[in-house]
Design a protein around this ligand. Structure first.
Ligand code: ATP
Length: 822
């Protein structure tokens, strides 16, 4: 079966997937038992309640030879009785300490999370409290818990907010943020429950992989993780590599010269945008222009590869990345915009020189990208936790991905109060202009009545354009986007007020709590009477989840509300994946017909299918590297915590010359072996003998420490080189894919022997360094032999390569073939 057939089969399976979710029957049956227990618990004093929770923990200790508060590699299993007891205690602590008694649906959510599921709970249904109960449950079953959030703010907020309830149950809790120092981090991770953003946790994990003394690591290990906004972290960010980079990289580039040159080029003549706007290539005329401008060079000569790369990157930056869509310029820096959240994506960079190309395009100073010292994708990082649970408002459409990539199931929790929001069918127009005209009229009509309106847009530029148009129509509105996020809290607080019109990017779509009647909710009843918040989407996103999150801003906790999306045939999603969508067009541009709505949904499903395939494909590349990383991590841990390096030297019988000065003077062939050395009359000594001498001179412990530091240096150096090599190999492999070899097989053919060489290389390099050095004091470090470690200076996330590949185009065409036209 060829690659194409395999892809076709997979895509078909994806399109025909069953939407199964976890049954809640079992958990519902426990609810009465929780009520009974609750009666008992309300009679206790606070101190007695704490005692009761601690008694649960003691059960684990007893099972583990009476050790107090043990942390197990995996939590003990949780049966019905445990679930009931945990939920009753959690509910009671929440009621007393926070003034919030968990609703039944929150308990269902907590129980489902305690069984290692991802729960879908609608906006405002109180996921924070449900997660607290689940976290408590995992701790009393012997685990430590990290609650992963999407940012520092939420980690801090939730740890503070839930803190009193945890403490009432005898648990310790803390948060880690970017500003936390080393000792604070170490202490926070040793609490029973730690709230931390996924990036901070990932960076700490990576930095721990680079420490030179075991006691400098901040994380005591990875146990249970509960993931907030699970779809966002597990799917949208899954492919993002977290990176720790060092300062020794050589940064010379032609970025700025290339940017100047490319700015003079004309689209169509000098370069072409291809693949539905996902790729760009130089024409012959363009290449000739570059060659002339750079003094008659031959651009495609191997020596000029760096120049060709610089031109290609500059073209990408110019033609495919747009300011106020993909990034904004803020305070003299490029800030990437997160496509799913509409926010500035903090600490994100484009990979492989693209960042520098965009900086050059905007006339900014290039920021250093450094050499990658350690790296892990979000998905691989999450996979390291033995126990995973999560929660989000939108999980049911990604059940398959969660199952395939994480072996997680989704439990859909019903809302506490039924959802009465009215979701109208999409309104489809022929052109963007007609669509926006109709959207204006819809906003104006709703605004006239005083009903609050939230207009959702796809990017910063669109939000600004629509806001300006609304103002021209005499409608006052507030804009919320990555550029003016400083006033977010105020804007959101008032977005549900009478007559308020808010134009926002996806920023308003997740985690924002829009209250009817504005912050004081004074007008609440009247606004509810008007129909509640009206969400109007200016276009559909590639992912249904983003649209659903936007809709979810209306109709929260049983409020009235409404939503509708406006779509045009010219929208990017429809152009790329919609196949025209059919229908007949009325005088105002409105398109109608039996298949129009189906066609819009179809375009979105194709986009999602493409994304899934790319995710799966990048993951296949990542699997091998991740396995290598794990092997290396074990090796490193052994070096760090045992005297493995000293053992190695002690047992090494390779002979080296005893007197290094004599070697310089001896008459030797280019690459001498031991025989050559002996022949030249040099005295030889084995590594083992030399090591014994050094031990004698500076003490066993000091010698072992020096051996350790040399080995760690070579291991880390080798890994950084390996990562660099793999990145280059991947690019090369894709070129080779055109030559019909399976690129993944090719990649493995390169990566496997390189890694094996790395592992053996560490041992020989360690011996070489040791023998070449003159170690006469315990203070000796590898830096004395010129082996400088790059300091782990930067942490960042690599932004998904935005420009398309052969692969993506292929998937999109296949998806269309598989789905067919109706
Ligand atoms: N059992 C409860 N009793 C009373 N109030 C509650 C209860 N549970 C949650 N709340 C309140 O509901 C609001 C929403 O809670 P929370 O922020 O946890 O929701 P969420 O599910 O995380 O929403 P989002 O999807 O917007 O993040 C909060 O103001 C919280 O205090």
């Amino acid at each position: 079966m060829g690659l194409g057939d395999r892809l076709k089969q997979k895509l078909r399976a994806f399109m025909e997937r069953p939407g199964t979710t976890v049954s809640l029957d079992r958990y519902e049956a426990i609810l009465p038992r929780i009520l009974d227990l609750e009666d008992e618990l309300t009679a206790l004093t606070d101190a007695e309640l704490t005692e009761r929770a601690l008694a649960l923990r003691d059960l684990v200790s007893e099972a583990e030879d009476g050790q107090p508060f043990v942390t197990l590699a995996e939590p003990l299993p949780i049966d019905e009785q445990d679930l009931a007891e945990i939920c009753a205690l959690g509910r009671e602590a929440g009621r007393r300490a926070l003034g919030e008694r968990a609703f039944d649906v929150q308990l269902l959510g907590a129980m489902a999370m305690l069984q290692g599921n991802v729960v879908e709970m609608a906006t405002g249904e109180g996921k924070t409290l449900a997660a607290f109960i689940a976290a408590f449950g995992y701790v009393v079953r012997g685990s430590r818990v990290q609650v992963l959030t999407v940012n520092d703010y939420l980690a801090d907020r939730d740890a503070r907010w839930m803190g009193p309830a945890y403490r009432m149950l005898g648990l310790t809790v803390d948060a880690v943020g970017e500003a936390s120092g080393h000792d604070e981090r170490a202490a926070a991770y040793r609490c029973d429950v730690t709230y931390v953003s996924v990036s901070e946790a990932g960076f700490d994990f990576l930095r721990d992989q680079l420490v030179l003394r075991a006691e400098d690591a901040v994380m005591p290990g990875l146990y249970t993780v509960i993931i907030d906004e699970a779809d966002s972290i597990l799917i949208d960010e899954a492919r993002v590599p977290l990176v720790v980079a060092g300062s020794l990289a050589d940064v010379t580039s032609d970025a700025s010269a290339a940017a100047t040159l490319v700015a003079t080029m004309r689209p169509g003549r000098d370069y072409e945008v291809v693949d539905d706007g996902r790729n760009v290539q130089l024409t012959d005329a363009g290449a000739a222009l570059v060659e002339r401008a750079w003094g008659g060079i031959h651009l495609y000569a191997p020596d000029n590869l760096p120049k060709l790369t610089a031109v290609n990157l500059a073209l990408h930056a110019r033609a495919l990345l747009a300011v106020d869509v993909d990034y904004i310029v803020k305070d003299g820096r490029i800030a990437l915009v997160d496509e799913f959240r509409g926010r500035v994506a903090r600490r994100r960079r484009w990979p492989d020189g693209l960042q520098a190309a965009v900086e050059a395009k905007e006339g900014l100073t290039a920021t250093d990208e450094g050499e990658i010292l350690a790296s892990i994708t979000v998905q691989a990082f999450i996979a390291l936790y033995p126990t995973v649970a999560g929660m989000t408002g939108t999980a049911s459409t990604i059940g398959d991905e969660l199952r395939e990539f994480y072996r997680l199931e989704v439990a859909v929790i019903p809302p506490n109060t039924p959802n009465v929001r009215v979701d109208e069918p999409d309104r489809v127009y022929a052109t963007i202009e007609e669509k926006e005209e109709a959207l204006m009229a819809e906003v104006a009509a709703a605004h006239e009545t005083g009903r609050p309106v939230l207009v959702g847009t796809l990017d910063v530029a669109e939000s600004e354009r629509l806001a300006a148009a609304l103002r021209e129509h005499g409608i006052t509105c507030t804009v919320l986007n990555a550029k003016n996020d400083a006033h977010e809290a105020v804007v959101i607080a008032e977005a549900g007020g009478r007559g308020t019109v808010t134009v926002s990017t996806q920023m308003a779509g997740r985690g924002t709590d829009i209250r009817l009647g504005g912050s004081d909710e004074q007008d609440r009843a009247a606004i509810a009477e008007l129909g509640g918040l009206y969400v109007i989407g200016a276009g559909r996103h590639d992912s249904r989840r983003v649209d659903d999150q936007l809709r979810g801003r209306a109709g929260r906790q049983g409020d009235p509300g409404g939503s509708v999306f406006f779509v045009s045939r010219e929208d990017e999603l429809i152009v790329r994946h919609g196949d025209g969508i059919g229908g007949t067009t009325a005088g105002d541009g409105r398109v109608s017909g039996p298949h129009v709505h189906w066609a819009v949904g179809h375009a979105q499903r194709v986009a999602e299918g493409v994304d899934f395939e790319i995710h799966r494909n990048t993951w296949r590349y990542g699997v091998l590297v991740e396995r290598q990383r794990q092997v290396l991590a074990l090796r490193r841990k052994a070096l760090l915590t045992t005297d493995a390096a000293a053992e190695l030297l002690r047992g090494d019988t390779t002979r080296f010359p005893a007197d290094l000065d004599a070697v310089a003077e001896a008459d030797l062939p280019a690459d001498p072996d031991a025989d050559d050395l002996a022949h030249a009359g040099l005295e030889l000594v084995t590594v083992a003998d030399r090591f014994a001498e050094v031990e004698e001179a500076i003490g066993e412990q000091a010698a072992a420490e020096i051996a350790r530091q040399i080995a760690l240096y070579h291991l880390d150096r080798g890994w950084a080189d390996h990562l660099g090599m793999l990145a280059d190999a991947r690019d090369g492999v894709h070129l080779r894919a055109l030559g019909r070899q399976d690129p993944l097989d090719e990649f493995h053919r390169l990566a496997v022997p390189a890694f094996n060489k790395l592992l053996t290389g560490v041992d020989t390099d360690t011996a070489d360094t040791f023998m070449a050095a003159r170690i006469d004091s315990a203070d000796w470090t590898p830096a004395d032999a010129g082996l400088e470690r790059p300091s782990a200076t930067w942490t960042y996330m690599v932004h998904d390569n935005p420009f398309g590949s052969e692969m993506e185009r292929m998937f999109a065409n296949l998806a269309k073939m598989v789905l067919g036209r109706r």
